[in-house]
Design a protein around this ligand. Structure first.
Ligand code: NAD
Length: 302
């Protein structure tokens, strides 16, 4: 057990910008662990145990580490341009938002020019993981910057993988979520087909979850109601992980594929399907596994 003086030694001054669904519980967990956390959100959001600043620059000034948890790359770039000049040299900026690889690399360069470390560290685990401190962090940046952020990842999450230089965390995130989007559509197609073949969904689960078709989308997050562990399908497809967030990640994957000349035909198709679902078929606000009722309601070739 650590002494009080040890705890003082390990306590950091942290700025936290973006106190939304994910950021607020992450900031609260850092404060609960004994860190001195100052937050800012344009919408005036708050978090338990977190002092509020009047601007992003004020939240960032003089802190050892500044964490951002923002909606997208353009907003990250704007916030970085505001806070980097306010940060103290030698401090570290940790961006946990999901953004495009180019934005992560651009902010890393600006940070380096200002003598500030940078880690891109998008997360998986969703709002439940943020609340429970069980997120997985996928991190990109120098060894020194990662080492500075690692004790904070330990508080906010259960696992942090240092994937490589700046941008590598975002690359890992969009590759993982491209697999997830494609696999969820595949699983939903199979359950919709099973229903039309009069194959009971529970029997389908019993076979597939222990056969070569098993995957996270079947075993842990089954899109068929009443089957497998509890999932958003059992709660009228309330998210969970919203379809529009999956669309965001699939679009980021397609932008990265275009920029890097990668051939991702199923990723492209998944992005188009979620785009139609979210923008014209009422999928916005539903869990991404609601692709199952969407498919089940349609006929062959619709
Ligand atoms: P959110 O919209 O709830 O939170 C974003 C917050 O940023 C909002 O409160 C907003 O007011 C604030 N903000 C916007 N511009 C700002 C600015 N200039 N300065 C300060 N604050 C500003 O979104 P979220 O669900 O918390 O997601 C945050 C990030 O995490 C996104 O990049 C998302 O893709 C990613 N993510 C979300 C989930 C999830 O399940 N929600 C899972 C994994 C990753």
């Amino acid at each position: 057990m650590r002494s009080t003086s040890d705890e003082r030694t390990f306590s950091m001054d942290i700025g936290f910008i973006g106190l939304g669904n994910m950021g607020a519980p992450m900031a609260a967990n850092l404060a609960a662990a004994g860190h001195n956390v100052t937050g800012f959100d344009v919408a005036g959001a708050t978090a338990e145990g977190v002092a509020l600043a009047a601007s992003g620059a004020e939240a960032a000034a003089g802190r050892d580490v500044v964490i951002t948890m923002l909606p997208d790359g353009p907003i990250l770039r704007r916030v970085a341009a505001e806070i980097l000049p306010a940060m103290k040299p030698g401090a570290t900026l940790v961006d946990c938002s999901t953004v495009d690889v180019e934005s992560a690399r651009a902010v890393a360069e600006q940070a380096a020019a200002a003598g500030i470390g940078f880690v891109d560290a998008p997360v998986s685990g969703g709002i439940g993981g943020a609340q429970g401190g069980t997120l997985t962090f996928m991190a990109g940046g120098s060894d020194a910057a990662f080492a500075k952020a690692a004790p904070l990842f330990d508080i906010m999450g259960q696992k942090a993988v240092h994937c490589g230089p700046a941008g590598a965390g975002q690359a890992a995130k969009i590759c993982n979520n491209m697999i997830l989007g494609i696999s969820m559509i595949g699983v939903c197609e199979a359950f919709a087909l099973a229903e039309k073949l009069n194959l009971d969904a529970q029997k389908m689960f019993d076979v597939v979850s222990t056969s070569s078709g098993s995957c996270w989308s079947v075993n842990t997050y089954c899109p068929a109601p009443g089957v497998g562990p509890k999932s958003p399908a059992d709660n009228d497809y309330k998210p969970g992980f919203a379809a529009e967030l999956m669309l965001k990640d699939l679009r980021l994957a397609q932008a990265a594929a275009a920029a890097s000349e990668a051939d991702t035909p199923l990723g492209a198709h998944a992005a188009r399907l979620y785009e139609t679902f979210v923008e014209t078929e009422g999928g916005r606000g539903k869990d991404f596994s609601a692709m199952l009722p969407r498919l089940a309601a349609r006929g062959h070739g619709d």
